[in-house]
Design a protein around this ligand. Structure first.
Ligand SMILES: NC(=O)C1=CN([C@@H]2O[C@H](COP(=O)(O)OP(=O)(O)OC[C@H]3O[C@@H](n4cnc5c(N)ncnc54)[C@H](OP(=O)(O)O)[C@@H]3O)[C@@H](O)[C@H]2O)[C@@H](O)CC1
Ligand SMILES: Nc1ncnc2c1ncn2[C@@H]1O[C@H](COP(=O)(O)OP(=O)(O)O)[C@@H](O)[C@H]1O
Ligand SMILES: [K+]
Length: 519
C-alpha cells in the first residue's frame, strides 16, 4: 500500500527530529535520495553521468536547498550543473556548498527567462526545487514565466529530451489536494521525502507527478493516519478470495445484475462479461427478455429472468448500467439498495439512492453524475470544480449519503463515509471510451459478491472493517485500470474485448499471491 500523508502531518513528524538538531541531517538524506534517483535516470537513459548537464531550479525554501545539495553531489560526479535561483532569497548554506563544488548560479530576476529556459530544455536533467510543502497556490512571477517558456521550448513530457525530476512534489500543485492553478513542470519522476503527499495521488497533481519514488529519510509516521492510500498489486492480490476445494457456485458468491434497457442493451452484456471474467459463482441477470438474449449471445452461463430482486437470491447486486427509462429496472435498483446487501450503483440507478444508506452501497459516478448527485442534496459543484478537487467532492458525497463513493476519471478516487480515501492511477487514457464504465461496474460487482461473506477480507488488505467497501472499490478500479493498460498494448481499446484482459490480470494477481505465500 502506498500511503500519502498531509503536508501538515509530515511537518509534524519532522518536528521532534528538527528539535533534536537533526534538521540538516534530514535535508542531507533527502538530497542524497534525490541525487541517487537522478544518477539512476542518467544511467538508465543511456546518457552517462560524467559530462552530463543538469539545471537545478531552486526556490527560497528548504525545497530549493534539497535540490542544491543534490546539485552539489552531481557536480562531484562530473555533471555540469547550473542553478537557476527563482526567488530573491535562497538557502545560503546549500548555495555555498553548491558553489564550492564548482557549480554556477544565476538569478532568474534580471535574467532573460527565455534564454535560461532554452538552456534547461537542452540539459539532460532538470531538477524542480522551486516549491515544496511550504508552497501555496500556483507558481507566481518569474518562476511562472520560466516554466511557461520551458514547456513551450522543450515540448510535452514523453517527447522532450530533458528529464524532469520533481523535488518532493511538482512545484505549484496543491500539496494536499492535487489542485493545479497555473503552469507546472510535468515531472518524469517525483522523489518524495519521507512519504508521498496526497497531491501526488490526486487529480491533476497525480498527472503532473509522473512516477512517484518515496525516499526514506527516517520519519516516523506511525502516529498519523494516511490522508490517501493507493492499493498496489500485492494489496489487491491479498484481498481476493480464491475458490477452495470445498466451494460450490453458491458459496463462491452470486451477483445479481439489473442493467441494460431497451435503449441501452449493450451495457448489460458488458457488465455481465466483466463480472464473469473477474471470477465468481454465478451471475443472475434481471432485465427485459431482449436484453437477456443479447447477454446470452456472449455469455450463455448467465442465469436470466424478468423477476424481482426478492426472487433472485444473491450475495451482492449491481444496478444501473444502461438502465434508463425502464420502470422495472428502477424498481429493482431501489429494492437492491434497500436490501442491505453490498450493491454497486451506477449510471441510471444513481437517482434511486435514498437520503441515507450504508458504506456497503458503492456509488460509481463520473464527475458529471457526481455533480447531479450533490445538486440533489443541496451542494452546488459543477463538473470542472469536481475535476479540480476530486477528493474533496468524493468525500463530501460519502459523508452526505453514507455510501462509499467511487469517482471515475484519470485517477479514480474512492471515499468512505469514515473519511478514508483511496486514489488509483492504474488506468490508461484509452479507457475513456463508451462502455468502459460498464465493465468497471461488472468487476466491482463480482468482487462485492465474492467478498460479501468473507469476514477476513478487511484485515487481509489492512483496513478497518468499516472501510472494507472502499478498499474493494479501489481494488476494482486497480483491476480495471490494469486490464485497460494491457488491452491498450494491442491498440485502441474495444471494450467488449476487455474481459480477456481482466481474466489475464486476475491470473497475474493470483499468481502474485501464490508466490507471496510460498516466500
Ligand atoms: N523541514 C525539514 O526538515 C525537511 C524538509 N524538506 C524539504 O523542505 C520542503 C519544505 O520547505 P519549506 O517549508 O521551506 O517550503 P518551500 O516549499 O521550499 O518554500 C516555501 C516558500 O516559497 C515561497 N512561496 C510560497 N508559495 C509560492 C508560490 N506560489 N510561488 C512562489 N513562491 C512561493 C514562500 O516564500 P516567499 O514568497 O514568502 O518569500 C515560502 O516561504 C519540503 O518540500 C522538502 O523538500 C526536506 O529537506 C526534508 C527535511
Ligand atoms: N483520461 C482517462 N484516463 C484513464 N481512465 C479514464 C479516463 N477517462 C475515463 N477513464 C475511465 O473510463 C471509465 C469511463 O466510465 P464512464 O464514464 O462511466 O463510461 P461509460 O458510461 O460509457 O461506460 C471509468 O472507469 C474511468 O475511470
Ligand atoms: K518541487
Amino acid at each position: 500500500m502506498l500511503s500519502a500523508f498531509s503536508g501538515g502531518d509530515v511537518r509534524a513528524a519532522e518536528g521532534p527530529l528538527i528539535d533534536a538538531g537533526l534538521g540538516d541531517a534530514l535535508m542531507q538524506k533527502a538530497a542524497h535520495g534525490l541525487f541517487t534517483v537522478v544518477l539512476g535516470m542518467l544511467r538508465d537513459g543511456g546518457r552517462g553521468v560524467y559530462g552530463a548537464t543538469a539545471v537545478v531550479l531552486a526556490g527560497s525554501g528548504n525545497n530549493g536547498a534539497d535540490a542544491l545539495y543534490a546539485g552539489e553531489r552531481l557536480l562531484r560526479r562530473g555533471v555540469a550543473v547550473l542553478a537557476v535561483l527563482t526567488s530573491e532569497r535562497v538557502h545560503a548554506a546549500s548555495l555555498g556548498a553548491f558553489l564550492r563544488a564548482g557549480g554556477t548560479s544565476v538569478r532568474l530576476d534580471g535574467a532573460d527567462p527565455g534564454a535560461l529556459a532554452l538552456h534547461a530544455a537542452g540539459a539532460d536533467v532538470v531538477i524542480d526545487g522551486i516549491l515544496g510543502t511550504g508552497g501555496s497556490g500556483g507558481l507566481r512571477g518569474h518562476a511562472s514565466a520560466f516554466v511557461e517558456a520551458f514547456n513551450d521550448l522543450a515540448g510535452p513530457r514523453g517527447t522532450r529530451s530533458a528529464l524532469v525530476v520533481a523535488c518532493d512534489l511538482p512545484s505549484g500543485i496543491g500539496v494536499d489536494t492535487g489542485r493545479v492553478d497555473g503552469p507546472l513542470l510535468d515531472a518524469d519522476v517525483t522523489v518524495a521525502f519521507g512519504a508521498a503527499k496526497p497531491g501526488l495521488l490526486l487529480g491533476a497533481g497525480a498527472l503532473a507527478a509522473g512516477e512517484v519514488d518515496v525516499v526514506d529519510i527516517g520519519l516516523d509516521l506511525a502516529a498519523f493516519t494516511p490522508a490517501v492510500r493507493t492499493l498496489l498489486d500485492a494489496d489487491v492480490a491479498a484481498l481476493l478470495r480464491a475458490p477452495t476445494p470445498h466451494d460450490h457456485k453458491y458459496s463462491r458468491g452470486v451477483l445479481g445484475i439489473a442493467a441494460g434497457s431497451a435503449r441501452y442493451p449493450g451495457a448489460a452484456a458488458l457488465a455481465v462479461g466483466a463480472a464473469l471474467a473477474t471470477g465468481l459463482g454465478m451471475v443472475r441477470y434481471l432485465g427485459p427478455g431482449e436484453v437477456a438474449s443479447l447477454v446470452h449471445q456472449r455469455n450463455p452461463e448467465a442465469v436470466a429472468s424478468t423477476g424481482s430482486v426478492d426472487e433472485a437470491r444473491s450475495q451482492a447486486w449491481l444496478v444501473g448500467p444502461g438502465a434508463v427509462d425502464d420502470h422495472d429496472q428502477r424498481r429493482r435498483a431501489a429494492d437492491a439498495i434497500a436490501s442491505g446487501l453490498p450493491v454497486v450503483v451506477d449510471a441510471g440507478a444513481l437517482p434511486e439512492v435514498p437520503e441515507r444508506v450504508g458504506p456497503q452501497v458503492i456509488l460509481t459516478p463520473h464527475a458529471g453524475e457526481l455533480s447531479g448527485l450533490l445538486a440533489a442534496r443541496g451542494v452546488d459543484a459543477d463538473r470542472s470544480a469536481i475535476e479540480a478537487e476530486p477528493a474533496l467532492f468524493a468525500l463530501r458525497a460519502a459523508e452526505t449519503t453514507g455510501a462509499t463513493v467511487l469517482l471515475k476519471g484519470f485517477t479514480t478516487v474512492v471515499a468512505a463515509p469514515s473519511g478514508t480515501l483511496f486514489a488509483q492511477t492504474d488506468a490508461s487514457p484509452w479507457l475513456s471510451t463508451a462502455g468502459s464504465g460498464d465493465t468497471l461496474s461488472g468487476i466491482l460487482g463480482a468482487l462485492a459478491a465474492t467478498l460479501a461473506e468473507d469476514d477476513g477480507a478487511a484485515a487481509r488488505v489492512g483496513v478497518a472493517d468499516e472501510d472494507l467497501w472502499a478498499a474493494v472499490a479501489a481494488a476494482g478500479a486497480a483491476i480495471h485500470g490494469r486490464a485497460g493498460r494491457r488491452a491498450a498494448l494491442r491498440g485502441p481499446i474495444v471494450v467488449s474485448d476487455l474481459p480477456t484482459d481482466i481474466g489475464a490480470v486476475m491470473a497475474h494477481l493470483y499468481e502474485e499471491r501464490r508466490l507471496a505465500a510460498v516466500m
